[in-house]
Design a protein around this ligand. Structure first.
Ligand SMILES: Nc1ncnc2c1ncn2[C@@H]1O[C@H](COP(=O)(O)OP(=O)(O)OP(=O)(O)O)[C@@H](O)[C@H]1O
Length: 244
């Protein structure tokens, strides 16, 4: 299987210190939407930093589209689309200029860049906004634009780190639906969240708590006879690292 593979990954920020990630293993198949469900401090952002090689895992294996992130980092990273928690847009450029700049970073220019930009904007229903300055967009449209940007290199794995933070309910729903539809077109999607209402019954769910994987299965399987929210509360005690 390609897609995303994480195997026995551990990480501590300080030598000998507490593990932010402790023997984490799971995989996401192509075409799957996987929610990485965890409270504050669970280790979600640390995992994303390792997947994107912002930091390097001393232990374990990370595979992206069949490439080992440690042994073939350029090939692996070229197949990832990332939406980080903090927006990174130039507010005074138009949507299209922002995307064109990013396309250039990926070696695309001219007609191939335009085609990739149009296709990405269409997938997020954002084409009609392409001439607007980012500053004039609302939070939901800015986020959609960042997701469109992540699609430009036609990634096989898409990583989103709590992409709905700060958005209202309608924008949250729209983005969640768009990304579920995206997964159906082929890429493996990893969506970090602490909000169970962003997860559908057929989605894969990996529950991360205090650096460990507590559960991995479909939302329906994990819910059992109760709701996913109840099961998540039972597993974690509803307490984040900060609150504990
Ligand atoms: N740069 C850092 N230096 C030291 N410890 C860190 C650093 N970043 C995170 N941690 C610790 O690592 C653990 C995991 O944090 P991480 O940010 O990965 O969790 P998270 O699930 O992304 O939480 P949040 O939703 O709050 O971002 C926490 O105990 C956190 O305090």
């Amino acid at each position: 299987m390609s897609g995303l593979e994480v195997s026995h990954v551990s990480y501590s920020y300080a030598a000998g210190g507490r593990k932010a990630l402790d023997d984490v293993s799971f995989s996401v198949a192509p075409g799957r939407f996987c929610a990485l469900l965890g409270l504050n401090g669970a280790g979600k952002s640390t995992l994303y930093a390792l997947l994107t090689r912002l930091i390097v895992a001393p232990e374990g294996h990370i595979g992206i589209a069949g490439y080992d992130v440690a042994r073939a980092p350029l090939k692996a990273l070229a197949r990832i689309g990332v939406v980080f928690q903090q927006p990174t847009l130039d507010l005074d450029m138009t949507v299209r200029r922002n995307l064109a700049y990013f396309a250039g970073l990926h070696g695309l220019s001219g007609r191939s860049a335009e085609a990739a930009i149009d296709a990405a904007l269409d997938r997020l229903a954002m084409r009609e906004r392409s001439g607007e300055k980012v500053r004039s967009l609302n939070g939901g449209h800015r986020r959609r634009m960042e997701i469109a940007r992540a699609l430009i290199p036609d990634p096989e794995v898409i990583l989103l780190d709590e992409p709905t933070v700060g958005l209202d309910a309608a924008a949250r729903r729209a983005i969640t639906e768009h990304v579920h539809q995206l997964a159906e077109t082929g890429p493996a999607v990893l969506w970090a969240t602490h909000l169970v209402d962003e997860i559908g019954p057929d989605d894969q769910v990996v529950v991360l708590h205090k650096g460990r994987v507590l559960a991995d299965g479909s939302a329906a399987e994990l819910s059992g006879g109760s709701t996913l929210a109840e099961r998540f509360m039972e597993m974690t005690g509803g307490k984040s690292e900060e609150a504990a």
